[in-house]
Design a protein around this ligand. Structure first.
Ligand SMILES: Nc1nc2c(ncn2[C@@H]2O[C@H](COP(=O)(O)OP(=O)(O)OP(=O)(O)O)[C@@H](O)[C@H]2O)c(=O)[nH]1
Ligand SMILES: [K+]
Ligand SMILES: [Mg+2]
Length: 494
């Protein structure tokens, strides 16, 4: 229990910062006994209803104090209550309260929820009242989820899925995040981990008992085959064109081409606002101008870049070098040419394209300013685009809007191919962190084969290491630094 003394001591040291109070409360908290945390879990700012949550052993007492009723509501049922500030007995609001006794709660601890009116004064009053109760302190970012993880309610990949779900901005991102939160990715890694455990058990049995005759023939051959199958599965999972990571972080689409082709006009057309300066002066754009878009449910980070040309102007040269650097990292390039400037010959188009593309990046050829083309040229130009090994192309006019639909459908098809359907097939890995540990896991599996005929003990150790790398993804291997990386991105109240 909290003696009232620490508060008395602190109240003599005015003004007391929230951080100081928190530090003292932490220091005072006896080892193994958890404080109860609280936070506004709905968004900040004026809203219809705000949800305030608590989690920890003092949740029930806090609910009793704030509602002024000894009896707690029925578990997990909504009850209408007056909510008071226990220190002044003033009514703060009338709202809905829910009591979630542990372990059947989000965090696994005793939890409560207060659904109050979303005005800043009401929310501020309730938070202040909670802060005055013994044993309660404001939650750190991600702390509710961290407790859920620590109490075995969620695996680490589920936690990451939950974080992604909160940040999801497009449908495809939401589908992928929900799938991960519901545990499919974690289950896949868990299955691999169990296969490794089995293989390891067999190798250890062989080490210990191979002298005895009662060990089955071919134990090691079986392990070798199992390890090889697992290697293939992990390798296939890694060779997914980074689809899950792309979908999570957004596909980088870069608009590039010679000066005055209409690149900035295209950016503005696609993001439907004047994000970049458009002018008839060649060399207008220098900095990379970015805009986030949702195209057909897929998240896109669209960048406009400086027109590619030789120049004496030092500032423009820097712009061109930034454009080239951005092109190197592009997932998809929209190569923009002014249709009137390119002759309808595949050779000419291919040369113009080579001047833009640094490598064989996925590309869509955009022939802009179609409104300036004479009727007769269109067919010839499009015909030329269909020949040779040119990327898919479309005619466009940023001025009239002609051709936007066909550009969007070409781009949509490209995005779908890159990100895939997040609900189809086996779940994708979504984070660089997963890739890192899976690559290390694969390295250990490879070394197992190397060691198995030389030193079985070392070979077994590699299997143990491989399993450990998988454990780092699912959180079965607990290491504070992994937790910190995962929970860092969470908001307060989650
Ligand atoms: N007729 C016509 N003019 C266009 C079209 N698209 C762009 N323009 C004009 O072409 C000029 C250059 O457009 P920008 O969008 O600034 O071209 P840019 O490729 O970004 O140019 P830099 O940034 O200088 O490399 C402007 O005067 C635009 O109004 C189009 O489809 N038709
Ligand atoms: K321009
Ligand atoms: Mg521009």
């Amino acid at each position: 229990m909290w003696p009232g003394t620490w508060r008395k001591v602190l109240s003599g040291l005015s003004p007391v910062s929230g951080a100081a109070v928190r530090v003292v409360k932490r220091l005072y908290c006896p080892a193994g006994k958890r404080d109860t945390i609280f936070a506004l879990s709905s968004g900040h700012g004026r809203c219809g209803v705000a949800v305030i949550r608590t989690s920890g052993p003092a949740s029930g007492a806090a609910l009793r104090s704030l509602t002024g009723q000894q009896e707690l509501p029925r578990p997990r049922a909504v009850a209408l209550r007056r909510i008071h500030d226990p220190s002044s007995a003033e009514t703060l609001d009338r709202g809905l309260v829910i009591w979630f006794p542990g372990p059947h709660s989000f965090t696994g601890e005793d939890c409560s929820e207060l659904h109050v009116h979303g005005g800043p004064a009401v929310v501020g009053g309730v938070l202040q009242a909670l802060g005055h109760l013994p044993g309660l302190r404001p939650a750190d970012p991600g702390e509710f989820t961290k407790r859920a993880f620590q109490n075995g309610k969620l695996g680490l990949t589920e936690v990451e899925g939950l974080g992604d779900l909160i940040h999801a901005e497009t449908e495809a991102q939401r589908r992928q995040a929900l799938r991960q939160m519901e545990g499919e990715l974690g289950q896949l890694y868990q299955r691999w981990s169990e296969e490794l455990t089995k293989a390891l058990a067999h190798v250890e049995a062989f080490i210990d008992f191979s002298e005895d005759d009662n060990l089955e023939e071919g134990v090691l051959a079986g392990v070798g085959a199992a390890v090889q199958a697992l290697e293939e599965e992990v390798r296939g999972h890694l060779q997914d064109g980074r689809r899950g990571e792309r979908l999570r972080g957004g596909v980088h689409v870069v608009i590039a081409g010679p000066t005055n082709a209409g690149k900035s006009s295209l950016l503005n057309l696609l993001c439907q606002r004047p994000a970049a300066i458009v002018s008839p002066v060649a060399g207008t754009t220098r900095d990379v101008v970015e805009s986030a878009l949702n195209i057909g449910g897929y998240p896109v980070v669209l960048s406009d870049t400086a027109g590619l040309r030789e120049t004496q102007d030092a500032v423009e040269r820097e712009g061109v070098s930034r454009a080239r650097e951005r092109l190197q990292r592009a997932d998809v390039v929209l190569a923009v040419l002014a249709a009137v400037d390119v002759a309808p010959e595949p050779g000419c188009l291919a040369d113009a394209l080579r001047a833009i593309l640094p490598r064989r990046a996925p590309c869509i050829l955009v022939l802009n300013k179609a409104d300036l083309l004479e009727e007769g040229c269109r067919g010839a130009l499009l015909g030329a685009c269909g020949e040779g090994a040119l990327p898919p192309a479309c005619l466009l006019s940023c001025k009239t809007g002609e051709g936007v639909d066909s550009l969007l459908s070409l781009l949509g098809a490209q995005l779908e191919q890159m990100c895939g359907d997040p609900l189809a097939g086996s779940p994708s890995l979504t984070q660089a962190r997963h890739r890192l540990h899976l690559t290390s896991c694969l390295g250990s599996l490879g070394r197992y084969h190397g060691y198995k005929s030389l030193d079985l003990v070392l070979a077994a150790e590699e299997l143990r290491l491989a399993r450990r790398h998988l454990g780092k993804i699912t959180g079965r291997v607990s290491a504070e630094e992994i937790l910190d990386i995962v929970f860092r991105d969470f908001c307060v109240g989650k």
